[in-house]
Design a protein around this ligand. Structure first.
Ligand code: AMP
Ligand code: ZN
Length: 476
């Protein structure tokens, strides 16, 4: 039985899947306009480990993580650098995938992008308007928070409290200028400003608000009700609260059964964030200490405990991980050099000890993914290996210890080959998507864009060839 701490109920609950043997999981993804910082790496590592654990006990996990590829910050960056938003987005999606690949994070089953989901987003807003849960104020569509009964149930905030907590002047300004009925009403669709990317809609030429994208993508790729929705704890309010309102308002059924939130990675006991400017990029930290050390460092704490980043703690994490790696290397060496092919008498009793490590590891992981204590079991196993599975031990015994060691270490994704070759390349589907976009660009006589896509694919090790039968690609 796996127990999950559910933000919705504020307690640990037994995980019961919607469909037996399957997990439908949605994790909010990044806005792609710069390199991710190590705070952002925390949810990537934590929820990848949650997924790996579910898979290790036999679940099939459908893991969806979006890229927010339309946003004020992306537009600002593109303007500053005199580039198109598309160029900025392509660059940072590729960089993000490269970074998280270095962390041994598996690719999501599907990485939808907002700009490719407009019909679904618009349809959902239309439903909300039809149901009286949203209104159009001169081209801007707002969610009508007062019309949705459960507003505040995830973050445990009530509308009055939210309202009274706001700066009065701000509230007044909003009310006077924006056409909002209630200061907590949030944007579902907004009209474009001069020079901004836009899409046609029944209300205005414009683009969606941030929250609606996740509701629309979760619905499309996972269904109206999903098992797990996850992200960093700063997303509980307003982002996830608003997702609940939108999805439950539009679909009429519960949105997510379990809400999981990781605590912050802090620096000098303050949240590491882009806006505070106190961040370190994952790339800098990964290159300095090793990406595997970053992964180990994060998993060595419980995901719901705040974690402080410091050079000393990273060094300590590097030393600890080294002990685990040495344990694995010693076992491999011992196995290669052992000449005893039969179990020794005293090893029979020791063999019976082995499953106990796995049981305890699973008990910790099943208790709301307690990776910190699960790691302590790996240390105990290393100690056991160093004591018994060394020179003079039999092959079958060493092999059994090594197999268990590899299994546990793999569930946490702790030991893997470092370097560029750990980066998974583009999937066939992604390549086909690019080819389709290039075709479209050519059709629109945007040859610069078509060439850019071809060059980008080449950088990713994919050559494309125009043939009479169509476009072919090959990996080089
Ligand atoms: P953002 O790009 O700020 O939307 O963040 C992307 C993801 O990283 C979200 O799930 C955030 O909650 C999470 N996140 C951002 N900063 C931190 C931090 N300092 N510690 C842990 N998670 C964070
Ligand atoms: Zn989201």
């Amino acid at each position: 039985m796996i127990k999950i701490y559910n933000t919705l109920t504020k307690q640990k609950e037994e995980f019961k899947p919607i469909e037996p043997g399957k997990v439908r999981m949605y994790v909010c993804g990044p806005t792609v306009y710069n390199l991710i910082h190590i705070g952002n790496a925390r949810p990537y590592i934590v929820f990848d480990t949650v997924r790996r654990y579910f898979e290790s006990v036999g679940y099939e996990v459908n893991y969806v993580q979006n890229f927010t590829d339309v946003d004020d910050k992306i537009i600002k960056r593109a303007n500053e650098e005199n580039r198109t938003t598309n160029e900025v987005v392509e660059e940072y999606i590729a960089e993000t995938l490269k970074d998280v690949g270095h962390l041994n994070v598996h690719r999501a089953t599907c990485h939808p992008r907002v700009t490719e989901e407009m019909p679904q987003i618009i349809a959902m807003i239309e439903t909300l308007i039809e149901k009286g849960l949203a209104y159009d104020a001169e081209g801007t569509v707002y969610f009508d928070t007062a019309a949705f009964e459960g507003y505040g149930k995830l973050s445990k905030k009530v509308l009055e409290e939210l309202e009274s907590g706001r700066n009065e002047r701000e509230t007044l300004r909003h009310d006077l200028s924006s056409g909002k009925k209630h200061p907590m009403d949030f944007v579902l669709w907004k009209p474009k400003k001069e020079g901004e990317p836009y899409w046609e809609s029944p209300w205005s030429k414009g683009r969606p608000g941030w929250h609606i994208e996740c509701s629309a993508m979760a619905k499309r790729y996972l269904g109206d009700t999903i098992d797990i929705h996850a992200g960093g704890e700063d997303l509980v309010f307003p982002h996830h609260e608003n997702e609940v309102a939108q999805s439950e308002g539009a679909n009429g059924v519960e949105f997510a059964h379990y809400w999981m939130h990781n605590a912050f990675l802090n620096i000098d006991n303050k949240k590491m964030s882009k806006s505070l400017g106190n961040f370190k990029t994952l790339r800098d930290v990964g290159e300095a200490y090793g990406y595997d050390v970053v992964r180990f460092f994060m998993l060595n704490a419980h995901y719901r405990s705040p974690l402080n980043f410091s050079a000393e703690l990273m060094q300590a994490a590097a030393n600890s991980l080294e002990r685990i790696k040495n344990g694995g290397a010693t076992l491999t060496f011992a196995l290669e050099h052992s000449t005893l092919v039969e179990l020794k008498e005293e090893e029979r009793a020791l063999m019976e000890e082995l499953p106990k490590f796995e049981t305890r590891f699973n008990e910790f992981m099943s208790d709301d993914f307690n990776t910190a204590d699960a790691i302590s079991v790996i240390f105990e196993l290393v100690k056991f290996a160093n004591t018994y599975a060394k020179e003079g031990a039999s092959k079958p015994f060493i092999e059994a210890v090594l197999t268990l060691f590899n299994k546990l270490v793999d569930i946490l994704g702790l030991i893997y080959k470092q370097g560029d070759d750990t980066v998974e390349g583009l999937s066939d589907e992604e390549i086909k998507d690019y080819i389709e976009k290039r075709k479209q660009a050519k059709k629109e006589k945007n040859f610069a864009e078509a060439d850019r896509i071809r060059d980008y694919l080449k950088e990713q090790g994919v050559l494309i060839e125009d043939t009479r039968e169509g476009v072919r690609f090959k990996r080089v």
